[in-house]
Design a protein around this ligand. Structure first.
Ligand code: SF4
Length: 521
């Protein structure tokens, strides 16, 4: 692939203007599947607005731009008329709305088409184009579950339980099922109990496939560094697939080399080893360079061929067929105000170290440092270290959600917001989870080697050298205990909190207050 790619600049009228957003890079369905190459025009846009409405990590922006440019180049190579607007093009009006307006004025299309956007904000923008021109929004066939099907499943349920949804998906698509089509293969629906091992010695997992940088990617990396110098994250070490072929190779590499131990160690962490046995495929999936069906099929095949055990394959399948689809369903059924929920009524500020990694807590310094360096962390640092800390400390969930949306290369609105507001911060009034993912430092100590190198004492919950996770964990239970009264899943934790003497309780509460002051929460 060369560095140049075509930017259509003809004024010839278009029949259909097909708008392709950066997270819709699959030409196999929707309006791209039946293009009239002579009369239709595909519009793709890089805009400052999208990079600045949350402070997008440089690698996140680079991934979107590079993957979009490769996709546009492939379309153009196949004879499609592509109008591609680069971020630094003179005349770029720097917003989707205004660029579509400019294209409509120039090409005078009979209609505008796009696949259903992955974000309420963008959907509203697209719907407003109807004032100017007929607009058709096509079903997003990338997903197993159409939005209206999830809505029917969700109807009348106060609380959504992923496990029930997932079991229905398994049966419906006949994935990892016994020959009767009703019982799960191996006799269990999930193998979580086998998937919680920590490393006893320094792990040595096979290195994940890292694509070589193309000329297009190099050009984009320079552009991002020059144009968005104040956006967070490092541009060095960009390692993400930017084409369909690269994404497919990353999938094959994972199945062959890391899936086998993925399940067993999926919750484990280790200093300076962010990738371990994880697939790193979520960025490719969320840009639609990979289809969830092929991920599920390849994992099933690996089990049938004896390449990977059931606990690993089931854990991987659950992410694609269960959790990812469930989270998207939650996003669209809960409405555009979902990201503003604050069910625990927390109002603190996100500490600065979330942007710099500069912390004396060994776990947070490593986990945030990895996010800055790679725009990535696997689900346990996300949920049980960074997210857990923000919730325990009392940070406003909107600040946490904006940080996640900005800092991860796989962050798209439909995925990031329910994972943060619902699962991580328990701010959605219990729609996604029946209890908060609150844990003291003990969990981190059990699943990693972080505490061995930390200045804080994991065994302590009071005093200057007490582990801040411990201090905040008990303080969290004191602050929110009343909310969880009657919640059986919280009963043990609350009972333990009640056993703490009133003197120690005062000490913990005051340590938490001074920690908050010191950290700027
Ligand atoms: Fe993190 Fe506490 Fe362990 Fe330090 S002692 S690494 S702050 S969990």
């Amino acid at each position: 692939m060369g560095g140049a790619f075509p930017r259509l600049n003809d004024a010839k009228k278009a029949r259909r203007l097909v708008v392709v957003f950066g997270d819709q890079l699959d030409a196999s369905f929707g309006p791209l599947a039946d293009l009239d190459k002579t009369r239709d025009v595909v519009l793709m846009m890089e805009t400052d607005e999208e990079q600045r409405y949350v402070r997008s990590h440089k690698q996140r922006t680079a991934l979107f731009f590079s993957a979009m440019r490769h996709f546009a180049a492939d379309l153009a190579d196949s004879g499609v008329r592509v109008r591609y607007v680069c971020a630094n093009d003179r005349g770029n009006l720097q917003s989707f709305d205004e660029e579509v307006g400019r294209a409509i004025a120039k090409l005078r299309p009979e209609s505008v088409h796009c696949v259903h956007p992955g974000e309420w904000r963008v959907l509203r923008t697209v719907e407003a184009w109807r004032d100017r021109v007929p607009v058709e929004i096509h079903e997003d066939e990338h997903f197993f579950t159409p939005i209206d099907r999830f809505q029917s499943w969700a109807e009348g349920r106060k609380q959504f339980t992923m496990e029930y949804f997932y079991r229905e998906q398994r049966k419906r698509f006949d994935v990892l099922m016994d020959s009767d089509g009703k019982s799960p293969l191996g006799g269990a629906w999930n193998y979580d109990k086998d998937n919680r091992e920590a490393f006893k010695v320094t792990p040595n997992p096979p290195k994940p496939y890292t694509p070589r940088l193309t000329e297009i990617t190099k050009e984009v990396l320079d552009l991002v560094e020059a144009r968005y110098p104040d956006n967070p994250g490092s541009i060095e070490g960009f390692r993400w697939p930017v084409t369909r072929d690269q994404a497919r190779r990353a999938l094959d590499d994972f199945i062959e080399h890391r899936l086998r131990l993925f399940g067993k160690y999926e919750d484990a962490m280790w200093t300076e080893q962010p990738f371990l046995y994880h697939s790193l495929l979520s960025p490719s999936g969320n840009l639609k360079l990979l289809n969830p069906r092929e991920c599920v099929e390849e994992a099933e095949r690996a089990y049938e061929d004896g390449v990977a055990p059931l606990n690993a394959v089931e854990g991987f399948v659950r992410q694609w067929l269960g959790w990812r689809e469930f989270i998207r369903g939650v996003y669209w059924t809960q409405g555009p105000d979902y990201p503003n929920r604050n069910g625990l009524d927390q109002h603190g500020t996100l500490p600065d170290f979330f942007w710099t990694g500069d912390s004396d807590m060994a776990c947070l310094a490593d986990c945030v440092g990895v996010v800055i360096d790679h725009g990535f962390a696997h689900h346990v640092p996300r949920l049980m270290v960074m997210g857990n800390f923000a919730m325990l400390a009392g940070v406003h969930p909107r600040e946490v959600a904006d940080w996640y949306l900005a800092m991860f290369v796989d962050a798209v609105d439909w995925a990031s917001n329910p994972n943060t507001i619902g699962m991580s911060q328990h701010a959605d009034h219990g729609v996604v989870g029946t209890k908060p993912y609150a844990a003291s430092g003990k969990y981190i100590s059990r699943m990693s080697n972080y505490c061995e190198q930390c200045r804080y004492k994991i065994s302590k919950r009071t005093g200057d050298d007490a582990c801040p996770f411990n201090v905040f964990f008990w303080d969290f239970l004191f602050r929110h205990g009343d909310r969880f009264e009657g919640n059986n899943r919280m009963a043990m934790m609350l009972k333990n909190a009640e056993r703490i003497s009133s003197e120690e309780r005062v000490e913990i509460t005051s340590s938490a207050a001074s920690l908050r002051g010191r950290l700027g929460v």
